[in-house]
Design a protein around this ligand. Sequence first.
Ligand code: AMP
Ligand code: MG
Length: 492
Amino acid sequence: MIVAEKDIAMGWKLDNSYARLPKSFFSILNPTPVSGPKLIVFNEPLAETLGLNIQKLQSEAGVAVLAGNQVPAGTVPLAQAYAGHQFGYFTMLGDGRALLIGEQITPAGERVDIQLKGSGRTPYSRGGDGRAALGPMLREYVISEAMHALGIPTTRSLAVVTTGETVIRETKLPGAILTRVAASHLRVGTFQYAANWCTIEELKALADYALARHFPEVKDDEQPYLRLLEEVVKGQATLISKWQLVGFIHGVMNTDNMTISGETIDYGPCAFMDTYSPATVFSSIDRTGRYAYGNQPAIGEWNLARFAESILPLLHDDEEKAVQLAEETIAKYAELYEWNWLNGMRAKLGIFNEESEDKELVNKLLNMMEKYGADFTNTFRSLTLDKLDDGGKLFKSEDFAKWQGEWKARLSRQEESPADSKQLMQKSNPAIIPRNHRVEAALEAAVKDNDLSLLNKLLKVLARPYDYLPEQEEYIALPEPSNIPYRTFCGT
Ligand code: AMP
Ligand code: MG
């Protein structure tokens, strides 16, 4: 590793293991410099865990790195090649507007990707300009950090800088670059790329890399690639159950937006559900509801099947046997998902042990929430606080009174006290989520008026979702009723 004094002072300790993979997996190039970098948000606690110097990284020299105008000495920035099924259609993709700057080795000895998103054109840009606009980059920052605080595996956001340049979308918008931190950027689509355009040796090299990086405990197993599939299945079953438990809708669950590490990635048109309804879709491009809230678990399985297909030749020499092994492993997903989801729902209702009728109890509540148009987050919050006077129809209904009796009876059949239940519920039901109208208001103030106060205040309350703080009260309010459904747009 060649390292310059000033980079050491900033705390950079970058390695490039990805660049040691076969050449077909990436293109080496530097970010395209920008004319006027300016730091907009910076994640001090994250910088600290990465071993970065908080002051030096926010200095002119530090911001030059976050803007792609300077590359820490010795590191080899690269764009990763990948493919993916986008809304079911397979295409070649790759980092068209992002570069992996290197892998930071943290003081805890972990290896995490440092990626600049919006850093200029690459060989994978196709028709795109390689750039990103400020609003969507701030949106990714806010939502990814909120997800992290909610305890959901996710890529993190270290900083957003503006570039001093405009990007042309429907209108002219301020350009920006997000520094994204990830366990890795290996995607299901990376394996699809390998399976379709690379040799079997290259595919194997990629699988070995994924095993070494994410699942070292199984890499020496007799069937390491089957274990890899199992681990990825487990990771996604856990992840997607966590999304469902907080009402998170990813919006574009294309196979290129699904990680091997089990982290949530690529916050484009994602949003949190207000009123409970499985059919909820926010993304303007999801016309058929493929990625609706209620479809996410099944799409997870579909994407995992695409992953399994990509590594079939590694599972067994005999293709029929390989297919059988893959199918058996994918079949475990539904069960794992269901188990995680149901246990999560039990915790949301203060239930510690298992009874066979629990699923029915949960589903009855969800069905009532849908029937009476109840807000997902606030319903669980009200149950946690035992404050059932939210002005809505649900808590006033006879159905609910009956259900409440069944729920209380259920709680009385466990050893734990009501106080224990309340504590469990508080840990499992966020008091605050990044509500769409609040996120939009904060982004609008930041982008149109250069006013970061709403954004900073929002980030502060979202950092402690399970604390039930008085200053969070004002964020509980739902958006004003509107005839126009909330729509999100792709972050391009
Ligand atoms: P996403 O919708 O962000 O998951 O991106 C899908 C694909 O489009 C990826 O290959 C991106 O790198 C590429 N892409 C998105 N926006 C741009 C852009 N402005 N310029 C070049 N490529 C882009
Ligand atoms: Mg993507």
